[in-house]
Design a protein around this ligand. Structure first.
Ligand code: ADP
Length: 248
């Protein structure tokens, strides 16, 4: 069993756009409950990699496994979300005219496929989950606030909370702390550390201070493949990484 002990496993994945290799024999694995940071210069292939994992982009070759048995290349994008992979894009997308509570409720409803016009009340287990998520995302004191009145950081947390309502096994997050204040960034580090274990996380980030705070394994992508992997200190001391970041 090649995928034993991995929640996500990419092997020799390649994809070209008009003859340009955006992803070039990329191999990478994430352990269950791990919090992994992915860095790399612009154009390294970080977005394309997430597009491949979530089924938005189909690779030309290679394999992508979720857990030990699920071949993700056999599933469509909507099905992959149902399998327990949540993705958060950089810009927060919450329903600004709804309250914090209603946003989380709606995330439950969407999961159930219930029509949005049907009044929906969470059952007691769902209510417990909602309360737990509210505490996790630091918004328990803001349930009745309209999402549109939240700070940028709070909107980001709310959107993460909406993903958490589906209890995903794997969360993919694109530059989650971009535009946050220092305090929000510090609280986001806390939030991610509290999520790991129950969830696996893959976080694409440029903020080295943030990565240093969470202090987890870092993967450096360059030209569509893994250039280096290890602690932040290890990859920052790697000459190939220095060359890529500082230019030749
Ligand atoms: P990153 O997220 O690390 O900045 P991307 O995954 O966005 O990198 O892009 C990797 C490379 O692939 C870039 O050179 C980009 O221009 C190219 N690319 C990405 N998507 C497409 C596409 N749909 N068509 C053509 N080229 C693309």
């Amino acid at each position: 069993d090649v995928t034993h002990g991995r929640i996500l496993y990419l092997e020799d994945v390649s994809v070209s756009f008009d003859g340009f290799k955006a992803i070039d024999k990329l191999s990478l694995d994430i352990a269950p409950g791990e919090l992994r940071c992915v860095i790399g210069p612009n154009g390294a292939g970080k977005t394309t990699m997430m597009d491949i994992i979530t089924g938005k982009t189909r690779p030309d070759s290679g394999s992508v496994f979720f857990g030990s048995t699920i071949d993700l290349l056999r599933y469509r994008e909507a099905e992959i979300a149902q399998l327990g992979i949540g993705r958060k894009f950089q810009k927060p997308t919450v329903f600004e005219q709804l309250t914090v509570y209603e946003n989380l409720e709606l995330a439950l409803k969407t999961d159930k496929g219930v029509l949005a016009s049907v009044r929906f009340r969470p059952d007691s287990a769902e209510g417990d989950r909602l309360a737990e998520v509210l505490r996790t995302i630091h918004l328990a004191g803001h349930v009745d606030r309209l999402a549109g009145t939240l700070s940028h950081g709070q909107k980001q947390w709310l959107e993460i909370g909406m993903l958490l309502m589906q209890d995903p096994k794997l969360l993919l997050l694109d530059e989650p702390v971009a535009g946050m204040t220092d305090e929000e960034t510090a609280r986001t580090a806390e939030l991610f550390l509290s999520l790991k274990g129950r969830h696996s996380l893959m976080v694409v980030e440029h903020d080295m201070g943030f990565i240093k705070t969470i202090s987890e394994k870092v993967t450096v992508l360059h030209e569509g493949a893994v250039l280096a992997e290890g602690s932040l200190e290890q990859v920052q001391a790697d000459e190939r990484v220095i060359e890529v970041y500082l230019g030749r």
